[in-house]
Structures are given as C-alpha cells and as structure tokens.
Design a protein around this ligand. Sequence first.
Ligand SMILES: Nc1ncnc2c1ncn2[C@@H]1O[C@H](COP(=O)(O)OP(=O)(O)O)[C@@H](O)[C@H]1O
Ligand SMILES: [Mg+2]
Length: 293
Amino acid sequence: MIDQAENLRQMVQQKTTNTENKPEKGTKTRIITVSSGKGGVGKTNLSINLAIAYSQIGKKVVLLDADLGLANVNVILGIIPEFNLYNLIKNNKSMKDILIETKFGIYIIAGASGFSKIANLDDEERKRFIAEMSELSFADIIIIDTSAGVSNNVLSFIAAAEEAIIITTPEPTAITDAYGIIKIISTELTEHKIGIKLVVNRVKSVTEAKKVAQRVVNIAGQFLNTKVDYLGYVYEDPIVQNAVLRQRPFIISDPKCKAAICLKHIVGRLENIEYKDGKGVGSFIRNFIGKNG
Ligand SMILES: Nc1ncnc2c1ncn2[C@@H]1O[C@H](COP(=O)(O)OP(=O)(O)O)[C@@H](O)[C@H]1O
Ligand SMILES: [Mg+2]
C-alpha cells in the first residue's frame, strides 16, 4: 500500500510540475469544501451562488459536485451534462471532457448520483481521478459541494482541502450536527490545518444568526480547542426556492435579493480573512492520497 501511494505521489509530482505554467504566476488554487452535518440545510444552493459571486469578482471558479448520493448542482443550474465524474473514473473520460463551462460564469463538474464509493475506488480508478484533478490548476478557486454527514467520501474531500465551510440553520438538530462534523474534522483530520468556517443559513435576523454562530464557535473553542471562523449568514428568502424551481441561480436572476446580498458579503469575508496563499491542487491531491492511499 505504501508503495502504491508513493508511486501516485511521484506521478502527481510530475503532473503538477508539467502544468505549473498554466495558472498565473504566484497564484495557487484555493480549494474550499462546503459541508454540513444535517442534510437539506442549503449546501448546494450556497455552493452554486458562492461560486458565481466569486466569478463576478473576476476569479476563475470550478464547482465540483462531490455529493455522490444526491448530485444536483446541474439540476439547480438547469444543465443536462453529457458526462460526469462517473465517466471520468469509470469510462476513461478526461477532466477536459467532463468539465462544463456554464453561461453563469463558472465551470462545473457534474456529480454522479448513486455512485457512492469514491473512497473505495480501486487503484486504477483512484489514479485516474487524482491525475485528472491536476487539470484543474487553472482555477483560482475550486468549491466542492459534498454530501451531508461524515462518510468517508466527505471526509476525504474535507481532509484534502485547506478550508471547510460548514453550513447550519438555526434548527437545534442542524446545530448539533454541525458541531458533530466540526468535532470530527478537529479530532480526526489532523494531518494538516483545515480552516473551519461557519455559515448560518435561513435566518430571520442578524441577531438570530449571531446567536447560533456564537454557540457553535464557543462550544468548539471550549470543548475542542478549535477555532471556527464565523463567515456570515444567509437570510431565509423565498427567492431561493423560486430559483430552484426555475433552475436559475438567485444571484443571477435576483442579484439584489436578500440571499444574494448575503452571499456577496460572504465572498467579501472570504477574501479578507487571514489567508495565506493556497497550496494548490498538488497539495489537495497529495492529501487525498494520504487519506485514501
Ligand atoms: N436561504 C434560504 N431561504 C429559503 N429557502 C432555502 C434557503 N436555503 C435553502 N433553502 C431551501 O432548502 C432546500 C435545500 O437546499 P439545498 O441547497 O439543496 O440543501 P443541501 O445541499 O444542503 O441538501 C432548497 O431547495 C430551498 O428550498
Ligand atoms: Mg446538496
């Protein structure tokens, strides 16, 4: 097993060196996962609109749908993908084949519903996935929309990235589950530092958002000795549901709605937050191997 992981590392090394002149000099891809303990709290909607908000400030953004149970980024964007992650891993399609340039200003990689075993790929498949990931180093930002909960799949992606956004709503069950996933990140994924960030979705007021955030931030600090950055909140806004029904992201269809303004603030916070240059796709790949190799 160690030998195989070492082979992969060497292969990635070569691959990432070969493509190193692709991104602008001095800039490395920033990779952010979006996760939650509880399902249905708004990960996919926030990932999509966050990705678009980022592209609107001039960044090249790739949104990877890593929810391998309920992949639906493409559904919310009204896109019928020809190929998805499954075709890359199982059918020898390349990243270029499956990467979709959308009219919304972002690239997406469609997920593969019902394909839940990415952490249990065989060697050949894992090699392909890893080798092809390095094709994404042209991006300034990669946002990874994961499944809810703490399956191996989810943890592999979180462990490979440098930053994890955890979404909760004010519901007590969502808060408890957010704490649960933060606990696992801080106690089990300890090989490198993962910047944990919190977004409170579906709030009715700033005060409500602050209360929820303070609870999570305080408990994580007190019991886990873990710093959680409160990134911001998103208002409960009926436009979000309408956007899903119309399959058009709200930040495009209603750029002035309450939810859209909140997303723009979150991008502002992410840009201002203490953040050293991303380590890039090469590092993501090495960490992914570390977890699965
Ligand atoms: N800020 C919000 N305001 C109103 N409804 C929301 C908001 N965020 C999410 N929703 C609702 O929750 C549903 C689930 O969101 P989704 O992004 O698919 O969650 P997840 O990816 O976490 O499962 C959406 O279809 C929408 O109806
Ligand atoms: Mg989702």
